[in-house]
Design a protein around this ligand. Sequence first.
Ligand code: KIV
Length: 282
Amino acid sequence: MKKVTAPDITALKGQRKISMVTAYDYPSGQIVDAAEVDMILVGDSLGMVVLGYEDTLSVTMDDMLHHAAAVSRGAKRALIVGDLPFMAYQPSVQMAVENAGKFLSRTGARAVKLEGGFPFLEHVRAIIDSGIPVQGHIGLTPQHVARFGGFKAQGKNARSAAALVDEALALEAAGCFSIVLEAVPHEVAQEITARLSIPTIGIGAGPDTDGQVLVYHDILGLFDRFVPMFVKKFAQLRGESIDAVKRYIAEVSDGSFPAEGNFSRMDPEELKRFKSLLQDKV
Ligand code: KIV
C-alpha cells in the first residue's frame, strides 16, 4: 500500500478536496486510515479532548511522541503530521529542528505542523532544510490563547485579514507544503486559497479552502465540553457510549452477562478428573 507523502498533498491542489482528521491513539489511527483520509494530524488538541486540560498549553513533546507513535502503529496509508506543542519550537530554531526530527525518527510521522507565521519563518526554513515537510497554521492558533484572550476567530477586520494573507504568502515562500487556516472569515480563506500554490486546509474557514480538517472527537460527537460553531458532529458516540456502558452495568447486575458463548467450559472428561482431584484434597 502506497503511503501518502507531503508532495502528494501539495499536488492535490486544484485536483480534488483534501481531507484531514486528527487521531491520538492506535484505534483512532486505524479508524481514520480505514476511512481513507488523506492526512492524519496528531494534534495538540490531544490536551483538551484526550488528556482533559482546559487548553493545549500543558501538552509536552513527550506526550506528542507517545501518541504519534501509537497512531502510526494503527495508520498505514495516510500522511501522519505531528503537531509541535507549545514551547517545543518557539524558544529557538535549533530546538524546533530537534523536536521536529523526533517526530520522524521516533514515530511514523512524515511531516510536522507548527502554529504562527512571521515570528517562525526561520524555524520553518530550518526544519524543511533538515528534510522535514512543514505544514503552517495561521488564524486562530490555540497556543496563543492567552494573548488572544480566548479561542477567538481571527482576521475579522480589514487590516488583520490583509496581515493573514501576507503571513500565508510568507509561509509558502518559506517552503510549507500546506497551511491550516483556523477560524478565519470565509472571504479571507478564499483570498488566501486563490493566491497560494500550496493547499489550504480549513477549519472554521468556510467551504472554499483546498481541504478541511476536524478533530476526531468532534466528528464522532465524543467531546461536549467545548463545541465551536464550525464543528459538525457526524455521529453521537458520547451518548451511544454512555448507553452501552449502562446496558453492560444492567446486565452485570441482573446476571444476564456473561451469557453462554461469552465464556468457556471444561471438556467433560477433564471436568470429571478435576472434581476427583478436588475430592482427594478434602
Ligand atoms: O491540534 C489540532 O487538532 C489542530 C487542528 C484543530 C488544526 O491544530
